[in-house]
Design a protein around this ligand. Structure first.
Ligand code: FES
Length: 166
């Protein structure tokens, strides 16, 4: 697999922080790859494992354990919706349904599925993921679209919010 020189340099720099055990660079490398490619593929797992002189299963286990690692590319606009208590009580579940309907995203198959924690619209424009607290508990329901935070979101606001990312 071809790794762009800039990513290669970042990888080498991250590994240099762990002179005693390269294995400790597993998480930083996975973050770098997800930041760069948007997800973690099987090929990337193999590449990282070889680079760190580990069995691929060791990297696979990390990817499976941490829900922040995606196994498929997200949409152009990635929506995170908080499912923690305050937002749940403020109507996050219904809001999620509305977002999926308006963005054309198939319903999430399984909120906790390590295999598919996100759902992507067929046109690749939008994806959605349920996440834990987005640190704005007093103003739920809360969503993030890419890096933009939206608070006290109502179903009526969803078309306007999504139109910014179409
Ligand atoms: S509970 Fe939703 S932001 Fe904290």
């Amino acid at each position: 697999m071809q790794i762009p020189p800039q990513l290669q340099a970042q990888v080498d720099e991250a590994i240099s922080h762990y002179p005693v055990s390269k294995r400790s660079a597993s998480l930083p490398l996975l973050h770098l790859f997800q930041e760069h490619f948007g997800y973690i593929s099987e090929e990337m797992i193999q590449w990282i494992a070889a680079k760190l002189e580990l069995e691929a299963i060791k990297i696979e286990q990390i990817v499976t354990f941490y829900p922040m690692f995606r196994r498929q590319p997200a949409g152009k606009a990635h929506i995170r919706i908080c499912r923690t208590l305050s937002c749940a009580l403020a109507g996050a579940e219904g809001l999620k349904t509305t977002i999926c309907e308006i963005a054309g995203i198939p319903p999430l198959r399984h909120a906790n599925s390590a295999e598919s924690p996100i759902s992507v619209s067929p046109d690749g424009k939008f994806s959605i993921e349920e996440v834990e607290c987005l640190a704005s508990c007093g103003s739920g329901p809360v969503i993030m679209v890419n890096d933009d935070l939206y608070e006290r979101v109502t179903a009526e606001e969803i078309p306007t919010i999504l139109s910014k990312y179409r």
